[in-house]
Design a protein around this ligand. Structure first.
Ligand code: CP
Length: 301
């Protein structure tokens, strides 16, 4: 992966997952190591972010790199009409790697094609979020002791949820069984379902959250992504479709962990947070170690 962009989870081979996660484990043991002192990391966020941007910046800072960038395209020259290509070519003069989030699907791939420095996709529209996927895999391996033979339920907005798309694709490498809980209009895209089938794996679709809780190892809750709906009435219809409450967990397996890429709106009630099965804030913390592993690997440190 040295000097290569990370645009899609398909850019990563099966054996590379374990290497990245093993390295992330080393960073978790010792997160402050000045191995990137010579490097400048640019973070270009054309869409809002808390976890992805700050965990990348924390990861880079703990490794000694300098961080530059913007958190709002309105404060950059994009506001004056500059193209993405020109922005990337300019910022690549000032940095050794660019972490970019953009609302347009395919923007990260395009940026990687024009950029002389590696691009890390920090989310492109409803398409992919590969670094979130890696921290999700890290969280699954850490809590379950393995990646193979996991029963996972994805719950909520499976149509627009880019973290779901990336994680489902990655998990096809590990003999996963998929339980897909969503309203009719927010089902997992058929391209991802086809991918699961082609890998010889099974997926089951449900409309009720209660149906999957007793049998899964990982319950991956997601937010209904209001910003991706063109029809506000359609959002109103589905916005409260699934709400996980503490009493749901009574009927779950001992080893169950609840993951959520965050932010949460109302799909997990706050009384779940104190349950040992709730793992979403630790999951966000794992993002620092995984992003340290990625920066170190791609920058060849
Ligand atoms: N999980 C995630 O992408 O969160 P942010 O939108 O806060 O970066």
């Amino acid at each position: 992966m040295k000097n290569k962009s990370l645009v899609s989870i398909n850019d990563i081979q099966k054996e590379q997952y374990q290497e990245i996660l093993d390295l992330a484990e080393k960073f978790e043991e010792n997160p402050t190591q000045k191995i990137l002192e010579k490097f400048v990391v640019a973070t270009l966020f054309f869409e809002p972010s808390t976890r992805t941007r700050l965990s990348f910046e924390s990861a880079a800072s703990r490794l000694g790199a300098k961080v530059i960038g913007f958190t709002d395209a309105a404060t950059s020259t994009v506001k004056k009409g500059e193209s993405l290509k020109d922005t990337i070519l300019t910022v690549s003069n000032y940095s050794d790697i660019i972490v970019m989030r953009h609302p347009k699907e395919g923007s990260a791939r395009y940026a990687s094609e024009v950029s002389p420095v590696p691009i890390i996709n920090a989310g492109d529209g409803a398409n992919q979020h590969p670094t979130q996927c890696l921290l999700d895999l890290y969280s699954i391996r850490k809590t379950q002791g393995r990646l193979d033979n996991i029963n996972i339920a994805f719950v909520g907005d499976l149509k627009y949820g880019r973290t779901v798309h990336s994680l489902a694709i990655a998990l096809t490498n590990f003999n996963t069984t998929f339980h897909l809980v969503s309203p009719e209009e927010l089902k997992l895209p058929s391209s991802v379902k086809r991918y699961i089938k082609q890998k010889g794996l099974k997926y089951y679709q449900y409309s009720e959250l209660e149906e999957v809780i007793p049998s899964v190892d990982i319950l991956y809750m997601t937010r209904i992504q209001q910003e991706r709906f063109s029809d506000p009435l359609e959002f109103e219809r589905v916005k409260n479709a699934y709400i996980l409450r503490k009493n749901h967990l009574k009927y779950s397996k001992k080893n169950l962990k609840v993951l959520h890429p965050l932010p949460r709106i109302n799909e997990i009630t706050e009384d779940v947070d104190s349950d040992p099965k709730a793992y979403y804030f630790q999951q966000a913390q794992n993002g620092v170690y995984v992003r340290q592993a990625l920066l170190a690997t791609i920058l060849g440190a």
